[in-house]
Write a protein that binds this ligand. Sequence first.
Ligand SMILES: NC(=O)c1ccc[n+]([C@@H]2O[C@H](COP(=O)([O-])OP(=O)(O)OC[C@H]3O[C@@H](n4cnc5c(N)ncnc54)[C@H](OP(=O)(O)O)[C@@H]3O)[C@@H](O)[C@H]2O)c1
Length: 223
Amino acid sequence: MFTTEFASLIAVIGGIGDLGSAIARRLAKVGEREVIGSQNPAKAVETAIRLTAATARSVGAAGNIQTELVILTEPLASQEAALRKIGEAIAAKNVVDTTVPLVPPKVKRVRLPPEGSAAVRAQKILVDGIHVVSAFQNTAAHNTAAHKLVTDGVVDRDVLALGKDKLARYSVVRLVGACGLRILNTGTLVKSTAAEPLTPSLNFINKQDTVDGSGIRITGIKC
Ligand SMILES: NC(=O)c1ccc[n+]([C@@H]2O[C@H](COP(=O)([O-])OP(=O)(O)OC[C@H]3O[C@@H](n4cnc5c(N)ncnc54)[C@H](OP(=O)(O)O)[C@@H]3O)[C@@H](O)[C@H]2O)c1
């Protein structure tokens, strides 16, 4: 049943987009309660209804949301404005930032901001007490929605989680791990300066080798 009433939940901002709706779908399937946030309320409702139907779970849509966790899935162009709204309007403790700093139409390489990475920039924009965890930059949206954790005994691909606050990082690792993705605690936020630039290389591989969404996998870890 579609709903707009929740006690505690996860907000997916930019959730009508490719990555946001993929993450929302994944979380809804394992019973997490979510709302889709968008500048376009009608489309947010439409997406929430679609996800509700696809997952047989309740997904809602809302503007100002009181929630412990926000997942931000917007491009670099709107990252700052979205974060400022999150800082003002949402009582979040943790924010998952998925931004790859690309500036269309030139998307063959990242444009790391002066702060070092999009994630570090996000942390600087947000008020003290809100912790940023960087994740999902190296996983294509359709794979995030659909891929299995293990295929023929081999981990399909990894999501990296980076954040300054250990508790925030662990809680994101637990949440994402529970929905069937292998997510690795990869250390502090400053390392996002290495993770974010990998994405254009993956896009290059996809194009050159006609791969349907390449990803990264860290070896040497038993799954
Ligand atoms: N797609 C992928 O496979 C993928 C994989 C890894 C990482 N990422 C990263 O995840 C983030 C989201 O990617 P996406 O492909 O899901 O993005 P998207 O579908 O193009 O856009 C997501 C949402 O961002 C808002 N938005 C888009 N362009 C905007 C603009 N110029 N100004 C203001 N708001 C804008 C819109 O939200 P409103 O409805 O609120 O307007 C839109 O629904 C990006 O930073 C991307 O680099 C994407």
